[in-house]
Design a binder for this molecule. Structure first.
Ligand code: C2E
Ligand code: MG
Ligand code: MG
Length: 657
């Protein structure tokens, strides 16, 4: 019933439901100034006192006391009401409201009694004015809360109108009607004002809610809930602004998950997302209030630690890496993830935000380059190395188009026949400004900037074409970067070059290092199997430098093992190297694989490796890497000598014989 009445009243007055925020603001408008209340009180008390005094009516005089008491109460309460009062002091608000309602009722009663008990028209006029005045003042001031401008005028006007009607004279009754009409007008005006004010406040409230929502979206990373890149930069700028005066330290730890892309690609992006959330959580735990976590993007997080010096930053980094020792349990997957961290500390490592960020990024790059799963602090010497890397990166992007690459070929000899069995294609790059750059330096950069496929494509095209000039029994070996095994394009690319040049697949051998198994083993195995199906030979290059797991040898059926040149250096003196070399030879023989001794530089190394049982040898002692024309000439020469069965050994053969 109450609900129905409320609904009816709402419809009647055109006052729609107002949300809590707008209602609070409207209610705040109720607590108008103390001055207005005081003015109303003075008028009411004075007028009622004059009327009571003139009429000599003791009841009216008593009511004047009521006016005085309620006025004092309202003024007193109003002056201690705060805009947003403490819930414990809400009773004051309630008391103030009760006093106001009582004041309205008292005004109505006073006017009614004056009209009905006093027979003096000169006193009737101020009494009616008192009720009408209070009613209109309430209606005007209290449009904020709709029941006040309707209820309180009602309490004033209805008794006054009733009193006027009861006096009986026509003029009085007309005035009673006028008062009722005035009441309707007041209600209508108040409702209208309330509606307008309410709508305006609601709009403002909605806008402020929307602003809060967008501010949150703009500041926080939607996936992990930590601050995003923009908020992080703002925070850092603020810290720098404050530190300009105090020159306090601030540390940045730039963290990147190791091999996140592989996890993401192999297990799926959803698990990757869960992993990022778990990482954000772990970072916050590891930080333990020493700084703020932000997600920079992808799998990169930044920890900002105000007031933390280098030692403190290193301690935080150690704690973070420690947290990564436990694997992550995500949706039935147990993921072992490691992280690399670059540290830069202001003011030593950077004078502004951009410089500090750039240096933390450099330190991270260094941490990745030196083996991952570690934290590295920025040093100024890194800057020179980075500017070189930057020059090489830019140079590499243009190098193919500028025809700056070339190939050299180094023969691999058979110890038994003394003849060349294969030639390894080795890329050469002459940078227009920096000169000749070693492949060991630029190949990792090419992998990093994603142009290794393009580069290998170029190598295959030129190497396959060069091999067509050689005798048919001589193989071509080409180095394959592990990065190529991350996409499925490799077999297709190789087939297209074999078809384009007409080089038989059996003449091409691919050299891969053990690093290829660090990445997504099942996919790599499948691809190696595909390559073998094409008819290609596979060689395990630089064996002994990587994981050196003998299990690869049996599991992947390589045709050739190339034992790294580092084993040749002190092979006569190092018992350890001898043991390794001998066990590789033993195993390779059992598995039916050929063995190549790499980096043969001395007669002694040559003699030792031949005695130990290596099938093949490669090294500067036997032949340096040479250009395409030169290798073709040398191989032709060797073939001619062979067919003439001459006893004169060739330039190359001389070394082996
Ligand atoms: P690798 O595949 O082990 O190639 C043999 C490296 O040893 C070559 O260095 C060769 O010049 C060098 N070498 C040969 N004999 C001797 C010797 O007696 N003593 C010494 N000290 N070194 C010798 P290079 O050409 O500088 O290549 C270095 C590495 O760069 C290669 O090692 C290979 O991993 C990579 N690389 C070269 N060309 C390519 C390429 O086309 N693609 C890819 N992905 N990597 C390549
Ligand atoms: Mg090689
Ligand atoms: Mg090698």
């Amino acid at each position: 019933m109450r609900q129905l009445a409320k609904h009816w009243l709402t419809q009647l007055l055109g006052v729609s439901a107002i949300d809590a925020g707008a209602r609070r603001s409207l209610a705040a408008s109720l607590t108008a100034s103390t001055g207005t209340i005081a003015l109303g009180a003075i008028v009411s008390v004075t007028l009622s006192f004059v009327i009571a005094r003139q009429s000599h009516d003791s009841l009216l005089l008593t009511l004047v006391g009521g006016f005085a008491f309620l006025s004092a109460l309202r003024i007193g309460l109003r002056s201690c009401l705060k805009p947003d009062p403490d819930p414990r002091s809400r009773y004051k608000e309630k008391l103030f409201e009760a006093a106001s309602w009582s004041f309205a009722a008292l005004t109505g009663l006073f006017t009614f009694l004056t009209l009905t008990r006093v027979d003096d028209a000169t006193l009737h006029v101020p009494a009616v004015a008192l009720a009408a005045g209070y009613a209109s003042a309430t209606a005007c001031r209290n449009a904020g809360r709709i029941r006040v401008p309707i209820g309180q005028p009602l309490l004033c006007i209805v008794p006054a109108a009733l009193g006027l009607w009861m006096v009986g004279a026509l003029a009085y009754q007309l005035l009673a009607l006028a008062l009722v009409i005035m009441l309707v007008g007041l209600v209508e005006i108040s409702a209208g004002t309330h509606r307008i004010v309410g709508n305006a406040l609601r709009e403002e409230h909605e806008k402020s809610l929307l602003a809060t929502k967008y501010e949150r979206l703009a500041r926080f990373d939607s996936l992990t809930g930590v601050e995003n890149r923009m908020a992080m930069q703002i925070r850092l700028r603020e810290i720098f602004e404050n530190n300009r005066r105090s020159s306090d330290a601030v540390a940045i730890l730039w963290m990147d998950l190791d091999r996140f892309k592989e996890i993401n690609d192999s297990i799926g992006h959803l698990i990757g997302d869960y992993l990022l959330c778990a990482v954000a959580e772990k970072l916050s735990e590891a930080l333990d209030g020493r700084g703020h976590v932000a997600r920079f993007g992808g799998d990169e997080f930044i920890l900002i630690c105000p007031g933390v010096n280098r030692a403190g930053a290193q301690a935080i980094a150690a704690d973070v890496l420690d947290y990564f020792r436990d694997s992550f349990e995500i949706a039935e997957h147990t993921l072992s993830v490691t992280a690399s961290i670059g540290i830069a500390v202001a003011p030593q490592d950077g004078r502004d935000v951009d410089e500090l960020m750039q240096h933390a990024d450099m330190a991270l790059y260094e941490a990745k380059g030196s083996g991952r799963n570690r934290a590295t602090s920025f040093t100024w010497s890194m800057k020179d190395r980075f500017s070189r890397i930057h020059d090489l990166e830019t140079g590499l992007r243009k190098a193919i188009a500028n025809r700056e690459f070339s190939l050299q070929f180094q023969p691999i000899f058979d110890y038994t026949s003394g003849k060349v069995v294969a030639c390894e294609a080795l890329i050469r790059w002459v940078h227009p400004k920096l000169g000749s750059i070693q492949p060991k330096e630029f190949i990792p950069i090419a992998e990093n900037i994603g142009i290794i496929t393009e580069l290998t494509d170029w190598v295959l095209a030129h190497a396959c074409a060069a091999a067509l000039d050689w005798p048919e029994d001589i193989r071509l070996t080409v180095n394959m970067s592990p990065a190529l095994f991350q996409s499925t394009d490799l077999p297709r690319m190789i087939i297209s070059h074999l078809m384009a040049t007409g080089l038989p697949a059996r003449r091409l051998e691919l050299e891969v290092t053990e690093n290829v198994f660090l990445v997504d083993q099942p996919r790599t195995s499948a691809m190696l199997l595909d390559l073998r199906k094409i008819g290609l030979r596979l060689a395990l290059d630089d064996f002994g430098t990587g994981y050196s797991s003998l299990s690869y040898l049996s599991a992947y059926a390589f045709d050739t093992i190339k034992v790294d040149q580092s084993f040749m250096r002190d092979v006569r003196t190092s018992a350890e190297n001898q043991a390794v070399v001998q066990s590789i030879i033993f195993l390779a023989e059992k598995l039916g694989m050929d063995t190549v001794a790499e980096g043969i530089e001395t007669e002694d190394q040559q003699a030792y490796t031949r005695e130990t049982g290596f099938n093949f040898a490669q090294g500067f002692l036997l032949c340096q890497p040479v250009r395409r024309e030169e290798i073709a000439r040398l191989l032709r020469e060797e073939m001619e000598i062979d067919t003439q069965r001459s006893r004169r050994p060739s330039k190359i053969m001389r070394r082996i014989a």
